[in-house]
Write a protein that binds this ligand. Structure first.
Ligand SMILES: [Zn+2]
Length: 246
């Protein structure tokens, strides 16, 4: 058959539709095969597992004290959800937030950026390194989606929804909206930064939002934990154990 523009477009369109159907089927099978049965698998609930990566666990460059101790609980919780999203901090090695990019500043101090105050962090979660990998015990097979964030050199991204200008989207909201999600549950590292920002954006976007207490831990800088809990209360983010919510 002579390949005309019309033929080419038609075959491309057909394979796209086929590919799409195949993807949907695969995603459906994965969910039903691997998750436990029961009425706790709510179609309108999503679990977001924030940054459970080596650099945020003991031995990492920005370790959360006992950060790895939440992994067991996170694995247990994710069996109860049909929709599981992982976020992954994912920085170029010369990222603007790194102390190595700011030799005149100390770690955990701040600098002004066009989008607001930026904390100076030790280099962490550099693209392609072991530190950026998920913790080896974190179950990742049930995840529907992995959102990578912070890969633009000149802007940091704490939230799974938006980068720190609160405008540049990661795409996560579009996925949750198209799945008709109504409730968002957040776990992971660290409570006072990426978990907090993810939860506050989630509630701002109109999702009922819950942070699961025994599946998150803080970096704990100054009064960051107290501020986080206050922000949850002020913004109607529920903070407690999972069995209080489902
Ligand atoms: Zn980071």
């Amino acid at each position: 058959m002579k390949i005309t523009r019309r033929n080419f477009l038609y075959s491309t369109l057909t394979s796209l539709i086929f590919f799409n159907q195949r993807q949907v089927t695969l995603a459906h099978n994965t969910s039903s095969d691997n998750l436990i049965s029961g009425n706790t698998k709510k179609e309108k609930d999503a679990l977001i597992i924030v940054d459970v990566q080596n650099d945020f666990c003991p031995g990492g460059t920005l370790a959360v004290k006992n950060g790895d101790t939440i992994v067991k609980e996170v694995n247990k919780i994710q069996k109860l959800f049909r929709y599981v999203i992982l976020t992954q901090d994912w920085h170029p090695k010369d990222h603007t937030s790194f102390s190595t990019s700011n030799p005149d500043r100390k770690v955990f101090t701040t600098k002004k950026m066009p989008y607001g105050e930026q904390v100076i962090w030790p280099p962490h979660c550099v693209i392609g390194t072991n530190g950026a990998k998920f913790h080896k015990d974190l179950k990742t097979d049930n995840a529907n989606l992995i959102i990578r964030k912070g890969f633009r050199k000149n802007i940091d991204s704490y939230s799974g929804f938006f980068e720190n200008d609160r405008i540049t989207s990661t795409g996560l909201n579009g996925v949750l909206k198209s799945l008709k999600i109504e409730r968002v549950f957040v776990v992971g590292l660290a409570l006072d930064f990426c978990v907090q920002y993810t939860a506050l954006d989630s509630v701002r976007l109109g999702y009922k939002t819950y942070v699961i207490k025994n599946a998150t831990l803080p970096v704990d800088i100054g009064d960051s934990v107290e501020q986080t809990i206050n922000n949850f209360e002020k913004n109607d983010v529920k903070y407690g154990k999972l069995d209080e919510f489902i």
